[in-house]
Design a protein around this ligand. Structure first.
Ligand code: CMP
Length: 136
């Protein structure tokens, strides 16, 4: 079933010049680009996006990281897009993510792991509304 998902190419992806490489993987897979914007977010937007993590020990440095520079927010669409994107992204920790995945090939960190993908269709709906409220 065709689905939409919210993806962030985090500030490490922009700083390292990996936006084209990562976007290329999503495009090559066959996902369609529905919205895309380079944006620098403040702490409030970070807290809204990561609402389920704000109380976790790892959150304060994560907030510092995601607000540290521009990131690219995108909405991708395609068959089972939520699961497909999570598969392409790989496990959260880049050191443990399988080779062939974005994090497995390009990240050595649990925090600076290049990409975010919505973890369920319900999260995707909430996150797309948060990042792109005017998207039809
Ligand atoms: P993301 O998929 O955006 O969802 C939550 C983010 O928190 C995750 O990617 C990582 O960037 C970060 N994260 C999750 N677990 C940890 C952890 N144990 N230590 C540091 N950062 C983490």
């Amino acid at each position: 079933m065709s689905q939409r998902t919210l993806v962030l190419l985090k500030p490490d992806a922009v700083r390292r010049g990996l936006v084209g490489e990562i976007l290329g993987r999503f495009e090559a897979k066959g996902l369609s680009l529905v919205a895309m914007e380079l944006r620098t977010i403040d702490a409030e937007q970070a807290d809204q996006h990561y609402a389920e993590h704000v109380e976790r020990d790892f959150y304060p440095p994560l907030r510092t990281f995601v607000t540290s520079g521009p990131l690219v927010a995108l909405v991708l669409e395609g068959d089972e897009a939520v699961e497909v994107v999570r598969g392409l992204n790989g496990a959260t920790d880049g050191r443990k993510a399988a080779p062939g995945t974005i994090r497995g090939d390009l990240s050595l960190s649990n925090r600076e792991n290049l990409v975010h993908g919505s973890d369920s269709p319900e999260s995707a709906e909430r996150e797309i509304k948060l990042w792109f409220p005017d998207l039809p």
